[in-house]
Design a protein around this ligand. Sequence first.
Ligand SMILES: Cc1cc2nc3c(=O)[nH]c(=O)nc-3n(C[C@H](O)[C@H](O)[C@H](O)COP(=O)(O)O)c2cc1C
Length: 327
Amino acid sequence: MDPSLDMWDFSSLISLWINRFYIYLGFAFGFSLWLCFQIVIRKQNKNSQEKTVPKASRDLMTNGYISLQKKEVFVSGVKIFYGSQTGTAKGFATVLAEAVSSLDLPVAVINLKEYDPDDHLVEEVTSKNVCAFLVATYTDGQPTESAEWFCRWLEEAANDFRFGKTYLKGVRYAVFGLGNSAYVSHFNKVGKNVDKWLWMLGAHRVMSRGEGDCDVVKSKHGSIEADFTAWKARFISRLQALCKGERKPCGGNCKKGKCESNQHSSEAMEPGSHAQEGFHQRDAEEEPFGSTSEEESGTEDHQSLKSVIDVEDLGKIMDRMKKEKVL
Ligand SMILES: Cc1cc2nc3c(=O)[nH]c(=O)nc-3n(C[C@H](O)[C@H](O)[C@H](O)COP(=O)(O)O)c2cc1C
């Protein structure tokens, strides 16, 4: 036998070989332990991330730098409707559209001739659009041919109890009428009526009506173009406020609670009801849908105060009506 072989001791190797299964088992156990450990650590990291993100977003939102939540849209676009015969209102509609698009708002210019209120007006209840109506008055206070159907439909709807006082609730609108004060009794009649009928159907007047006057002597700003420019400036600034989410024309500066109470009382009146009858009477007397002028530019709330009936006023109106009946 080789003496060098005697020097090697194979006993440890042999025992390793015999116990190899235990060794494998040990390795396998160790590996699975490490795997479990890794999984637990990853899960913990994920949880802590989930918890910290909303907190971060909250912090960021309160700091006002960034909003991770979806921004609320207050005005989705502007629709400019016009009723024109010789093109003045149409031209104004184009100018207004340019001013609106400079605010990065979608704008549509619509000829009332191509618009069926019966099918589409109610869509504006939920559209978040602001609707501007530029309408001219013609002989005997009649609308242009193009706006004839629109006006007839609106008048009938406003006086039809089936539509009710909230039919157009949610529609936001502003009216600019074109006329000539030389036609004294019919001056701007269509603008006044459209404003009134929309209001009677529950639409929300975002600003008081504008009156364009062709009579340069009597025109408030010297010409119908200047009247329109003044109204347009007010409309744009009102639009900007609406885009920011301001709801009240007064921007919250009016006397506490006044806005709400007026809005409420205006909504509480139903066309055809006694209150509405009283309202019509007042309409004839005081012109509650009164026009607009420079003086109103800073006092929208005042206009809206004027243009709706307070509950107190209602009592007086009813009294007056009773007296008139007796007489
Ligand atoms: C024949 C005629 C009749 C008019 N009748 C009235 C009227 O009754 N009341 C009024 O306020 N304006 C009246 N106007 C003035 C127009 O409303 C005014 O010129 C307006 O700017 C026309 O707008 P348009 O060019 O868009 O059609 C009348 C104008 C004409 C030519």
